[in-house]
Ligand binder design. Structure first.
Ligand code: ZN
Length: 376
């Protein structure tokens, strides 16, 4: 104890600025952070199956939302992200795209719902482009949260790379106020970058061609992540709309899947979607880099939350701040289902979140009318 005192006094004499760091090294600040993910909602905001025209317990963001709110009520530090494929996929989506609602200054109900749930950030999926770029941009103006993507660029019709411009905000750094284990307030600068499988440019050629290009995911991330660090990001989360493997039809496979993106230095956490799978997944075999028990890829905490809101992705992080630098010291990833199977029977874990039901009511009713009109 005495020696420590003398050392600290000496430090104070010669390096006063080192004191805080020295104390932090001995006694690091610790905090817990829960990162929540939804992905591939495909306009399934309500727990309603428009194909069979009946309520369902199997999917719907209104049910996932109850899980989100429950976790938020129990945890101090949470962040919520969506990994894309929001506005296409069911009759409600068709109705909104064909209606004149967005031209009449209404907000797309999917983003209205996400605003209500106070998402921290999101990225775009390939299906965001299915109704054209104009419709997407009109839809996104209604989002009250940042929507980031780094590897979609404006096609400027020259062969120079240096002057290429991002179409979206490539990343965002969110100053997140978190409560430490000791109950103190600290600011954690959370960097969020978005990436999309380049196959989207092929699948929606009619909109992309001559307008937008999509570059390699890993190369783009490797270029931007150091910038994010320089700008003060303590923790970097990649929202990756791509599968564990590159899309089969892609010419350039290397760098365009989640495993390759996980190799990019500086990325700390990966949330992904697109292939509608689960990560981690029980009973699945591990590989050199993929660990389903640890819920990591290349040692980095990773999650994929299925589709249509049937699961919520959850990553629990334990963080430590030493010498001014935050580090992840432990993590747990899980894709939590909204139903459980008991004696071969599906049992809901949560009920629909009422504010979403209320918000969606007029859109739902108009969608039912729209379906009816198609049959006439
Ligand atoms: Zn997708």
């Amino acid at each position: 104890m005495k020696i420590r005192y003398i050392l600290l006094a000496l430090l104070l004499m010669f390096f006063p600025y080192k004191i805080a760091e020295a104390e932090e090294l001995q006694n690091p600040t610790k905090a817990k952070l829960k990162i929540l993910e939804t992905t591939d909602i495909h306009a399934n905001i309500l727990d309603y199956d428009y194909k069979n025209q009946k309520r369902t317990i199997d999917f719907g963001l209104s049910r996932t939302a109850s899980l989100i709110q429950k976790i938020r009520s129990q945890s101090e530090n949470t962040l919520l992200f969506d990994v894309g494929d929001v506005i296409k996929g069911n009759a409600l989506a068709e109705f909104i795209a064909k209606s004149n609602l967005l031209n009449l200054t209404d907000i797309h109900p999917a983003y209205k719902t996400m605003n209500l749930l106070e998402y921290d950030a999101a990225t775009v999926g390939n299906h965001e482009f299915n109704y054209g770029i104009d419709f997407l941009m009109k839809s996104l103006t209604g989002a009250d949260f940042p929507v980031v993507n780094a590897n979609i660029y404006v096609d400027d019709h020259n062969n120079m790379e240096e002057d290429d411009l991002h179409f979206f905000n490539p990343y965002v750094i969110l100053p997140q106020s978190i409560r430490t284990d000791e109950g103190k307030e600290e600011t954690l600068n959370v960097g969020v970058i978005g990436l999309l499988t380049p196959i989207a440019a092929e699948w929606d050629k009619e909109y992309f061609k001559g307008n937008l290009i999509i570059k390699n995911m890993s190369e783009t991330a490797a270029e931007l992540v150091p910038k994010m660090k320089k700008e003060g990001a303590d923790l970097i989360i990649a929202l990756v709309h791509a599968g564990l493997q590159s899309d089969g039809a892609l010419k350039e496979k290397q760098g365009n899947n989640v495993v390759d993106v996980s190799m990019v230095e500086g990325i700390d956490v990966l949330l992904f979607g697109h292939s509608h799978g689960l990560f981690p997944k029980n009973g699945e075999k591990n590989t050199d880099v993929i660990n389903h028990q640890a819920g990591t890829i290349n040692g980095k905490p990773t999650v994929q939350a299925g589709f249509w809101g049937n699961h919520l992705g959850i990553i629990d992080l334990t963080l430590e701040k030493r010498a001014g630098e935050w580090k992840i010291t432990a993590s747990k990833s899980q894709a939590k289902p909204i139903i459980r199977i008991i004696n071969d029977k599906k049992v809901p874990v949560v009920s629909p979140y009422q504010p979403i039901e209320y918000l969606m009511k007029p859109y739902h009713e108009q969608t039912l009318e729209y379906i009816k009109s198609l049959k006439e």
